[in-house]
Ligand binder design. Sequence first.
Ligand SMILES: Cc1cc2nc3c(=O)[nH]c(=O)nc-3n(C[C@H](O)[C@H](O)[C@H](O)COP(=O)(O)O)c2cc1C
Length: 178
Amino acid sequence: MKKIIAFLAFAFALNIADAKTLVAYYSRTGNTATVAKMISDALNADIFEIKTADENWYPSEYQATTEQAQQEIRDGKFPPINAAPDMSEYDTVFVGTPIWWGTVSGPVHTFLTTVDLSGKTVIPFNTHAGSGRGNVHTDIATLTPNSDHKTGIAIVGSDADNAADSVNAWLREIGALK
Ligand SMILES: Cc1cc2nc3c(=O)[nH]c(=O)nc-3n(C[C@H](O)[C@H](O)[C@H](O)COP(=O)(O)O)c2cc1C
């Protein structure tokens, strides 16, 4: 009996040691990328940049991009993206996006609907130009119904470079950083 308990404790410890965190994000102009890097640096976590499969999917002009993104939301059609890493390694996935029209950016919508995050803990973060989190965090939860969720953070995009203290405080609050 003692041997069985010792074995189970060992297997459990191994499993904990193997549990890994991924920070997956999309960023068009670098703000969300800055926050993603802060999180991955603080937690020593892997990082994955979500990109459109076609690098010219969105126009370079801001206004034209907003119009295209609005049309995609109306049509419910979002861009193909690059291949995600093997998700079986990860038990926690931070998902970062700029807020677009109050919700997740198109590439992150594709990520959430094509990558299986079931059974994992999903933690949202976003940058914005005034809307805060808008519907981003609730939409991420809705799009990953079989995941657990923790409280996310919203950072003003133009403040991203100075957000390390807020990001670290939030990571401590949700128990990700000791
Ligand atoms: C298509 C599009 C839609 C946007 N919609 C919003 C919005 O609804 N609310 C807001 O506060 N900012 C909005 N923004 C601004 C971005 O969310 C903000 O600048 C963000 O920090 C950009 O992050 P990035 O540099 O990682 O791309 C929008 C930007 C784009 C390109």
